[in-house]
Design a protein around this ligand. Structure first.
Ligand code: ZN
Length: 425
């Protein structure tokens, strides 16, 4: 049985019943002024009933089912969450924050943080009797939804536009989703809206402009990042959490998770949040101190395609404001170099969007907003294999040699490779 009793607007607090039809516009009262997403409301009495019980022994994010809308026993799971929190001292030293940690979300079942969203969204879709789940994403969200739908035995529709290619589309097809490509990019959302209205599809992605965020039920899954980070830091709260941000689903979910731990007195203070964004809509909204998020001109084609939207959301702005946080626009300059430094110095291969937090951290150190002594957790949201078509080129091909002697001569020129074995005790 689900423990959610309804939804409330994150901006004005208007309540809706649990069977309210989510139409992707969020709160209709706020829609014309400052579009805002809805949030799940729980029966506080029923919510903690199995906390610390069965779910406490589940080695997935369902370990924290007491924060989620249904119980661990009802979950559609592929073993998501409980990803490692890894110190990255070499990169931290370079960026001027030696106490830098990476929450490596690329270790999730479909190699991105979206699995935290999909496990909850698909579990609840199944409980609510949905037969079809749908999304307008052919990126990480689409791949993740397709996998969980396969796991649940539900049909999955992924709507994209003609010409989309790359590793993630292959991944989506392999999970058996029905992929529909439209020649007009603008037709994607109306098609999803039609499926929701006429066929009762459970749509997880936005399908209405301006975007308020993804389905509120899935966003609940991101709350589990907070207790994982606190547990992995031995009960401590980091000074900063830094995330790549598009529509801010994960940023908002993570923040709500920390707030919940604070209400339960598990932690005595909250971290500050830093959003690494592309076109700067959150930085502009924070500076303007107004609720509507401006739509920014796209001045360049970003390499960080997973977060390339020109307008973020009120949910992201709210989390940044409440945490006394900040947003830093990150362009393409140095992004591939940062990806290679993280991989070559720390052994973590991240998607290009996932290295934007490091550029944002470097900028905030320059401004001295992040102090050298601060503890900083950067969320690496997806594996570098996800957009390997964008981050690699012909120069990555290794040199080829016609003979063993030539290959040996090449290796012998590298001092590091010629170093003698380290003496052992
Ligand atoms: Zn509202």
């Amino acid at each position: 049985m689900s423990r959610m009793i309804g939804y409330s607007c994150i901006r004005c607090g208007t309540r809706h019943p649990a069977d309210y039809a989510i139409d992707s516009r969020g709160c209709l009262r706020c829609f014309d002024k400052a579009p805002a997403n809805l949030q799940v409301v729980y029966d506080e009495a029923g919510r903690h009933a199995d906390g610390g019980g069965l779910s406490a022994r589940v080695p997935t994010l369902w370990h924290h089912a007491d924060m989620l809308p249904c119980a661990a026993g009802e979950a559609v799971s592929l073993g998501e969450g409980l990803t490692p929190l890894l110190p990255v001292p070499a990169l931290g030293q370079e960026l001027g924050v030696p106490n830098l940690l990476v929450k490596d979300e690329g270790r999730n079942p479909t190699w991105s943080h979206k699995d935290r969203f999909s496990t909850v969204a698909v579990s609840m879709a199944r409980l609510q009797g949905a037969r079809v789940v749908a999304t307008a994403s052919s990126g990480n969200a689409g791949a993740s939804l397709a996998a969980y739908a396969a796991r649940a035995g539900l049909s999955c529709v992924v709507v994209t536009f003609a010409g989309t290619a790359g590793p993630m589309l292959t991944q989506i097809r392999k999970y058996g989703a029905t992929v529909v490509a439209l020649s007009e990019k603008a037709d994607r959302w109306p098609l999803v809206a039609e499926g929701v209205r006429r066929l009762g599809w459970f749509a997880t992605s936005p399908f209405h402009a301006p975007v308020v965020g993804s389905h509120p039920i899935g966003i609940e899954g991101y709350k589990t990042l907070a207790p994982e980070i606190v547990e992995q830091m031995g009960g401590k709260v980091p000074d900063w959490c830094v995330l790549p941000v598009c529509y801010g689903d994960a940023l908002f979910g993570l923040w709500e998770g920390f707030k919940e731990l604070h209400r339960r007195r598990t932690i005595d203070h909250l971290p500050r949040l830093l959003a690494a964004e592309v076109h700067g809509s959150l930085a502009a909204a924070l500076a303007a101190k107004e609720d509507p998020i401006p739509d920014m001109p796209a001045r360049f084609d970003t390499l960080a395609v997973s977060i390339g939207a020109t307008r973020s959301t009120f949910q992201a702005l709210k989390a940044l404001r409440e945490s006394n946080g900040a947003a830093v626009p990150v362009n393409n300059s140095g992004l591939i170099a940062l990806q290679e430094r993280l991989a070559a110095r720390e052994g973590i291969f991240a998607e290009l969007a996932s290295v934007t937090p490091f550029a944002a951290i470097a900028e905030m150190r320059r401004r001295n907003v992040i102090a050298a002594s601060d503890s900083v957790v950067a969320l690496v949201t997806a594996s570098g294999l996800k957009d390997v078509d964008r981050s690699s080129d012909a120069a990555d091909a290794p040199p080829a040699f016609r003979s063993l002697a030539e290959a040996w001569a090449y290796l012998s020129r590298d001092e590091a490779l010629c170093a003698a074995k380290t003496a052992t005790a």
